[in-house]
Design a protein around this ligand. Structure first.
Ligand SMILES: [Zn+2]
Length: 275
């Protein structure tokens, strides 16, 4: 999801990214995999509340399906509840098979399995950098933390996380990060001229900025605690880039200034962009 929401998550993403240079992030929405007997017994007309989904994991997919019923997420193939942390790994295995040298990714996937074991994560859009910018659809995975740990989150907050924040990551994957060509990013990561936290922060700042704009427009009526964490995440990723600029390679300088110029152009964020 994002950096300040959970520092632990941030660390996990960093270590994952460092371990697996090809995998940055992942993605899903409205699929029927989560349907089971318990869920089937509940009439499709009956509204499943967040409170009941928090108590019963068997109805969490149905809760998400109804939460997202009238929304559309460009390039998103579905939002999948992943209670055991296995669906996200299976998905990545499937995607990795599309790579030219899929065997290279085995080590990475083993690391990934450890990271996502037991579904102990919030929300992720797994992306394989090499498959990005091909207008491919991707899935968004929702782990147990949304229901079991981040109890301050309400319906509209969860909808915003999936549709606006992860939805933006889905777009980044489909269209490529607009601040630098994908080939340059891949080459830069390989030759060390682009540090992974720089890419990570650029993606997060972009997703948080776009998410905040959709709140400012009134499209999402999120709650205050969530709004505050979203602003914090935005500022942390932005600050990360500003700091990185001090020691940036020429290619990083270009990426960072493109990213910062872009978010500075959003008048809704002016109050946060003073630095
Ligand atoms: Zn994110």
């Amino acid at each position: 999801m994002k950096s300040s929401m959970k520092n632990k998550t941030k660390t996990a993403i960093y270590s994952l990214a460092l371990a697996l240079p090809f995998i940055l992030n992942g993605n899903s929405h409205h699929n029927k995999e989560g349907t089971d007997i318990t869920a089937a017994l509940i009439s499709s007309k009956e509204k499943i509340t967040l409170e009941s989904a928090r108590k019963n994991y068997l109805i969490r997919q149905k809760y998400l399906d109804s939460l997202l019923e009238k929304t559309s997420i460009p390039y998103c193939l579905g939002a999948v509840y992943d209670h055991h942390g296995t669906k996200i790994v299976d998905y990545l295995v499937e995607r990795a098979a599309e790579l030219e040298s899929p065997e290279k990714i085995n080590e990475v996937l083993n690391e990934f399995k450890k990271q996502f074991i037991e579904g102990d994560y919030d929300v992720k859009t797994p992306e394989i950098l090499e498959l990005s910018a091909k207008k491919q659809t991707s899935k968004i995975f929702i782990g147990r933390k949304i229901f079991e740990e981040l109890l301050y989150l309400q319906d509209e907050d969860i909808k915003h996380i999936i549709v606006a924040h992860e939805g933006r990551h889905v777009e980044q994957h489909a269209l490529g990060l607009e601040y630098l060509a994908k080939e340059e990013i891949i080459e830069g990561i390989h030759n060390g001229s682009i540090r992974l936290p720089v890419i990570y922060n650029a993606g997060e700042m972009d997703a948080n900025a776009h998410g905040l704009i959709r709140i400012a427009s009134g499209e999402f009526k999120v709650n205050k605690p969530y709004l505050i964490t979203t602003i914090e995440s935005y500022l942390i990723s932005r600050q990360g880039l500003v700091e990185a600029l001090k020691t940036a390679s020429p290619i990083e300088q270009r990426l960072i200034s493109n990213a910062i110029n872009k978010v500075n152009s959003f008048s809704q964020l002016r109050v946060f962009n003073k630095k």
